[in-house]
Ligand binder design. Structure first.
Ligand code: ATP
Length: 342
């Protein structure tokens, strides 16, 4: 549905050129929630602003539903932008207008008659959970409520895609989760394609189906959220995944269990999707005469199912340990033998 090909943006300042976005290519399917994560300065904001040409690309193409956004005239772009909603970190509301009037604003610009406007605005207010607050001004609302107004306004013209520029970064963790839940419910209800940029892995984990990791303007890794979580390839993705994994900070504890004893082995088990719900340990204990010492474990939900990590120490006859590992692997759970902890 959205094809981004060879997209680049070079900013020229007095002294130097900055390649803010460098040859980015991404395909996004209809109805997908696609996340773009990166540290400050990675080029995320520039990237998302290139999609609706709030920023003009230096090169490359953005094609949405067969329309090449990059080659549209200004007039046609204005029309096309009505199909691309956007929400912002600091909401960008009109402070002298009420909730109702803020949401009605894009409909006024699109020339929708008053009665039709009213029906649509009331529908949107209901959708984002702001019933009763129609006549409030933004200054009378909490951060989460302001973002709800932003979301309702972005949906006024029934967009095909919603761009979210750090939409939860100004909110506390609980409100962030409420807004993320709202975005998921809108994605499901309207089959709306959503592109989210963020520096928080939690946001990616909670709502995205796929993710691209940006570093210095380039996409260094992209894939299903689950795959990136379980097996991050790039250094940047590994750092982001570690943020969420309390286990990674407790690796020193594991060191105590790693020995040269051939009859003891520390292994890391990766459970993905439905495997995360299986009673694997009791299954193994029933089948093998082996001891299992559980060292650390965690389970995390994502949009595509849960993934879990479990560190265990297997003790017993060396041949039996090998057989046990083979059995666990053959049952679909990935096993990593830990020889060193860095
Ligand atoms: N208008 C501009 N003129 C010159 N350089 C710019 C401009 N906008 C962004 N840059 C530079 O482009 C690079 C990417 O910036 P961008 O804001 O896109 O990153 P980001 O990942 O969104 O980071 P942050 O979350 O801190 O905004 C940075 O080096 C930034 O200094």
């Amino acid at each position: 549905m959205i094809t981004i090909k060879g997209l680049s943006k070079i900013f020229k300042t007095n002294q130097q050129e900055v390649k803010a976005v460098d040859d980015v290519s991404i395909n996004i399917e209809k109805g997908e929630i696609f996340g773009v994560i990166g540290y400050s300065g990675a080029g995320k904001s520039t990237f998302i602003r290139l999609i609706n040409r709030l920023e003009e690309p230096s090169s490359g193409d953005v094609v949405i539903n067969d329309t090449n956004i990059t080659s549209l005239s200004v007039g046609k772009l204005r029309k096309e932008r009505q199909k691309i909603g956007m929400i912002f970190q600091h909401f960008n509301l009109l402070w002298s207008r009420t909730v109702f009037e803020n949401i009605a604003f894009p409909l006024e610009i699109a020339g929708i008659p008053k009665a039709e406007r009213r029906t649509k605005v009331l529908e949107l207010i209901e959708l984002v959970g702001l019933k009763g607050r129609e006549n409030s001004y933004p200054s009378q609302l909490s951060g989460g409520q302001k973002q709800r107004v932003g979301i309702a306004r972005s949906l006024a013209n029934d967009p095909d895609v919603l761009l979210c520029d750090e939409a939860t970064s100004a909110l506390d963790p609980e409100t962030t989760d409420d807004i993320l839940d709202l975005l998921v419910s809108i994605n499901k209800k309207l089959n709306l394609t959503i592109i989210m940029i963020t520096h928080e892995m939690h946001v990616i984990q909670k709502i995205c189906h796929r993710v691209a990791v940006m570093d210095q303007g380039r996409v260094v890794e992209q894939g299903d959220v689950l795959s990136v979580f379980v097996k991050p390839q790039s250094k940047t993705a590994k750092r982001f995944v570690q943020q969420l994994s309390p286990l990674e900070h407790q690796q020193d504890e594991l060191k105590r269990f790693i020995t040269n004893d051939p009859n003891r082995e520390v292994v890391k088990l990766h459970f993905i999707g439905n495997d995360a719900k299986r009673a694997l340990i009791s299954d193994v204990l029933r089948k093998f005469d082996i001891e299992i010492n559980i060292l650390q474990g965690s389970i995390s939900p994502t949009q595509e199912g849960a993934y879990g990590t479990l560190y265990v120490e297997l003790s017993g006859n060396k041949a039996l340990i090998t057989e046990t590992i083979d059995y666990i692997q053959s049952s679909g759970v990935e096993v990593e033998v830990i020889e060193n902890v860095n």
